[in-house]
Ligand binder design. Structure first.
Ligand SMILES: Cc1cc2nc3c(=O)[nH]c(=O)nc-3n(C[C@H](O)[C@H](O)[C@H](O)COP(=O)(O)OP(=O)(O)OC[C@H]3O[C@@H](n4cnc5c(N)ncnc54)[C@H](O)[C@@H]3O)c2cc1C
Length: 338
């Protein structure tokens, strides 16, 4: 970075004083893969990342071809290293505000301000800020989240296969989660806790061999740096290797809504299959708009959006080139005054 300031002057990153082609906000799988594609398209791109990826508490990545078993931190470090090879700056920090700086009639232009006062300008904005998991409010859950308090059997079920597993009933998806787990273990206990399964759900759980432990849960028992089991409010204890919960996904989409991006009926930012939002020049990728996406989906969405952004920029570049071409042709054709 050649200059950092606390007023509104644009900070020059990577020697581009007139601003970037694309600013990527969020340096998880989605943002980094987007930046990689844009760098390979020879776009002037930078990433700002606050450094808190959604799976940051997990010890390993599951289900990402060639990355299976890698630590989440090592995966992102490898991504940043690849970007460094293309000269892409990855700035550690938080973007706290974004604004459009064009007048709405011409091509989109943006400014983003970071918490430390750095101001970045870009022709396009790709927001890949992920989501926050709102965890059930129960002692032990936060402490062991991502380790042996889990949510996704595809990510972590294999590592706890054939061991005693619990499912904490906290919401509408809990029964469905309990019905999936016999694929990984034949020792599954469902704790209805905050949900009341219907008669049909009880029958389905029984048919799948899932045992029910009625009554409110008091806490998760944690000792020696690992989960020991579930302790009911009345003191009964159930030893378990892991407990599955269903956190509420909260998209970190404040920058997008501030720019006027609309949410659909499902509460998610409205974007097409390429990540294009309702606001011209603003794109999105990863969990911020698709809460169900795994790492490989987020990376793929980043790549998809990057290609679409590049094509959008190529359209603008072509329109500019045609304007200049016509102006030059008109000048050449004008009668010369002696
Ligand atoms: C505990 C857990 C374990 C998981 N394990 C797996 C697994 O094994 N395999 C798998 O495929 N999936 C797994 N997932 C899902 C995986 O975490 C997501 O698919 C993935 O993180 C989505 O990538 P993303 O780039 O959209 O978001 P993230 O990885 O969350 O990255 C978003 C980044 O943006 C940054 N950011 C947010 N706001 C700002 C801002 N204003 N300015 C700058 N930066 C900002 C954040 O700090 C973060 O670094 C797991 C999820 C959880 C919760």
């Amino acid at each position: 970075m050649s200059e950092t300031n606390r007023d509104d002057r644009v900070t020059d990153v990577a020697g581009v004083p007139d601003g970037l082609d694309v600013l990527v906000v969020g340096g998880g799988a989605a943002g980094l893969n987007a930046a990689l594609m844009l760098a390979r398209a020879r776009r002037r791109v930078a990433v700002v990342d606050a450094g808190a990826p959604r799976n940051g508490s997990a010890t390993r990545v599951g289900g990402f071809l060639t990355r299976d078993g890698m630590s989440p931190a090592a995966l992102l470090a490898a991504g940043r290293e690849e970007l460094a090879g293309y000269g892409v700056p990855v700035l550690r920090g938080r973007v706290t505000g974004v604004e459009r700086t064009d007048d709405g009639g011409g091509p989109a232009r943006f400014r983003a301000r970071m918490a430390d006062g750095t101001v970045l300008a870009a022709r396009r904005l790709l927001v890949a800020t992920g989501l926050r998991d709102e965890l059930p409010d129960l002692p032990g859950v936060r402490e062991r989240w991502g380790r042996d308090v889990l949510h996704c059997p595809y990510c972590h079920g294999y590592e706890v296969r054939d061991q005693p597993l619990g499912v904490l009933g906290t919401g509408p998806h809990s029964v469905a989660q309990a019905l999936m787990l016999p694929q990984w273990s034949d020792d599954v206990v469902f704790f209805p806790h905050l949900v009341e399964p219907t008669a049909e759900e009880r029958e389905r759980l029984a048919a799948r061999g899932v045992r029910l432990m009625e009554g409110p849960v008091g806490r998760l028992a944690v000792a020696g740096g690992r989960l020991r089991g579930v302790e009911m409010a009345d003191g009964r204890a159930v030893p378990l290797r892991a407990v599955f919960v269903s956190p509420r996904p909260v998209p970190q989409d404040g920058l997008l809504t501030a720019l006027g991006c609309a949410r659909g009926d499902d509460g998610r930012i409205r974007a097409d299959a390429l990540g294009r939002t309702d606001v011209p020049g603003v794109w999105t990728a990863g969990n911020v708009a698709d809460p169900h996406g795994k790492l490989v989906n987020a990376a793929g969405a980043g790549a998809t959006a990057a290609v679409a952004v590049d094509r959008d920029l190529a359209e603008e570049d072509t329109a500019d080139a045609v304007r200049r071409y016509r102006a030059a042709a008109a000048t050449a054709a004008a009668p010369q005054i002696a």
